[in-house]
Design a protein. Structure first.
Length: 280
């Protein structure tokens, strides 16, 4: 029976046209690659190459063999991913989310509910999350819209409310009843770089605002504490990371400043689905 590495070798020859070029890419000698292909032909009792002086090319049988070889390699890769994902799921609850902050609330729940399980998290676009759930890359996903499907259970989980934080001496500090995003036109603000779906809102509603982006959460939080610049926070980040000390917290009145998130799991993972909770 053909080995996977032989099928990879056959595909590489087909993609590069010659055994010599394929041997360079595969980092094996040309004689070793030739012997491997001869062994494959013997095992299959089929001639895969037309051999002429100083030239070896795939024949029609070889081309058909390459088509099937690609399917086998793809199936083997899928099998490996599925087995590894299942093994991880026995020990780790993987979370995918379109926004980083709701992960904090979900991980707090899972840590209390499943203390013997590790958790991991990743952020991605809403379009990536559902395929990730079905491929078992994630056991739970967080989206800003409900998911309706036969194989999925979905439940409203939490609401994230955006706030503006400013130093007490900032001109906006007195607007304790709240502000609108358009009030921040021409302001310079601190902003964490990875803010999920909030990024679309800030771009569309605040085109004249100058943002100073920070890559790391810890660096961002430390900078906020010593900076005179405004920054965003939310009910979730304030709950789990703090950041309100020595800052005035102002409500943002735009309806876009409040987003409800939904948890979804495959039906066979219903034990991970948390109860509904709305955070004010």
């Amino acid at each position: 029976m053909a080995e996977l590495n032989q099928l990879i070798q056959l595909i590489t020859i087909a993609e590069n046209g010659t055994i010599s070029k394929a041997s360079e890419i595969l980092h094996i000698s040309q004689p070793a690659l030739t012997r491997s292909m001869q062994k494959l032909e013997s095992e299959w009792n089929a001639v895969l190459f037309d051999r002429k002086k100083n030239k070896v090319t795939l024949n029609k049988t070889g081309e058909i063999a390459v088509q099937y070889a690609k399917r086998v390699i793809e199936a083997a890769d899928t099998m490996t991913r599925e087995v590894q994902a299942y093994e991880r799921s026995l020990h780790t609850i993987s979370i995918g989310s379109c926004d980083p902050a709701p992960i904090l609330e979900l991980m707090a729940y899972l840590g209390e509910r499943f203390p013997d399980m590790a958790t991991s998290s990743d952020t991605g676009s809403p379009e990536e999350l559902l395929p990730g759930l079905r491929s078992r890359r994630y056991q739970i996903i967080l989206t800003h819209h409900p998911i309706e499907a036969e194989d999925i259970l979905c439940r409203e989980f939490c609401t994230e409310q955006l706030f503006l934080t400013v130093p007490p001496a900032h001109p906006l500090a007195g607007q304790t009843r709240g502000i609108h995003l358009e009030d921040l036109a021409d302001e310079t603000m601190l902003l964490i770089k990875f803010i999920g779906i909030w990024r679309d809102i800030t771009i569309s509603k605040m085109p004249r605002t100058n943002f100073i982006l920070q890559d790391e959460d810890a660096a961002f939080n430390a900078l906020v504490q010593v900076s005179a610049l405004p920054a965003f926070a939310s009910n979730l980040t304030l709950k789990y990371r703090g950041g309100g000390d020595n800052r005035v917290i102002l409500p943002i009145l735009d309806p876009e400043a409040s987003i409800t998130f939904f948890c979804s799991v495959l039906k066979q993972n219903r034990q991970y689905l948390p109860p509904s909770s709305t955070l004010e």
